[in-house]
Design a protein around this ligand. Structure first.
Ligand code: SAM
Length: 275
């Protein structure tokens, strides 16, 4: 029997959020694969976990994935953790999970904190439908391209961002997405947890006056539907007449105006013939 790969979510700042199941699993497995052994050692010391650690970060994940599969194939269980939150969410983990799936090894996820979920729920923004984007590219040209692709998304969008890039990211968001409502959720689950709410320009002014530090999630409202354009009867009739003068038949002119104005053909027909 193969072992199980346990993908274990860990606290995003407040160690009291470590779940009893996560502790039990980390104690029971043969090996813990972790992003940074120093960070995971702190967690293990706090909860008396003495399971051996192996390092699994973005630069060695492909190589370590094979080692993890070897251990699992011997019948031993392995846990995978990142420095905080869920492995695989803007963190290494996806390669190991996929390697296990390829080898038909059971993958079990142990639930826990996740910055995007805490930030979204506390933001008060529409959480029924949302898009998690993670980190924008750190090169401005690429970042702007990414934002342009997001302009039409109607759902709440969630970004992760580093404190030293917050100003430039907000500047690009303002230029490309417009002055939307946003929430910056920072230091979640920690002593100085804070939600800054307002339009992008308001938040920029606030944080220029008082720079913010620490880890942060940016929650941005989705694109608003474009306001429907309304046309007066006179404008509609002028459009029909202008198409007719250009040589169109009356029925083609009405059809064309209906397609431009999104007014029903019948309605335009009645307006035209009542005149
Ligand atoms: N795997 C993690 C998760 O499940 O949320 C995310 C790891 S990613 C490398 C780190 C980013 O997550 C930070 O730059 C920040 O955007 C966000 N983050 C992590 N912890 C946070 C916290 N306590 N408060 C606010 N944002 C946090």
């Amino acid at each position: 029997m193969d072992g199980t790969l346990y993908v274990v979510a860990t606290p995003i700042g407040n160690l009291d959020e470590m779940s009893p199941r996560a502790i039990l699993v980390l104690k029971s497995v043969k090996m813990i694969a972790c992003e940074d052994t120093r960070e995971t050692l702190k967690l293990c010391n706090r909860f008396d976990i003495d399971t051996p650690l192996m390092s699994c970060h973005e630069h060695n994940e492909y190589f370590v994935a094979d080692k993890i599969v070897e251990i699992l194939k011997r019948g031993d269980d392995v846990a995978l953790v990142s420095d905080a939150g869920y492995p695989g969410i803007s963190d290494p983990g996806n390669v190991v999970v996929n390697r296990c799936i390829e080898h038909r090894i059971k993958v079990a996820v142990v639930s826990g904190p996740c910055a995007l979920i805490n930030g979204l729920v506390g933001s008060g923004m529409d959480a029924q439908h949302f898009l998690f984007y993670g980190f924008l590219d750190h090169k401005q040209g690429e970042r702007k391209k990414e934002l342009i692709e997001l302009t039409k998304i109607k759902n709440t969008i969630i970004f992760y961002e580093a404190p030293h890039r917050i100003n430039e990211s907000l500047e690009d968001m303002l230029e490309i997405l417009g002055d939307r409502q946003i929430v910056i959720a920072r230091e979640l689950t920690k002593k100085f947890e804070e939600y800054l709410r307002g339009s992008i320009s308001e938040i920029m002014t606030k944080i220029k006056a008082k720079p913010i530090k620490g880890e942060m999630v940016i929650i941005v409202e989705g694109a608003k539907p474009e306001p429907a354009v309304s046309y007066s009867d006179v404008e509609v009739l002028e459009m029909v007449n202008s198409y007719i003068q250009q040589g169109m038949s009356t029925s083609d002119a009405i059809k064309e105006v209906a397609s431009v104005t999104k007014i029903k053909k019948n309605e335009i027909y009645h307006k035209f013939h009542q005149n």
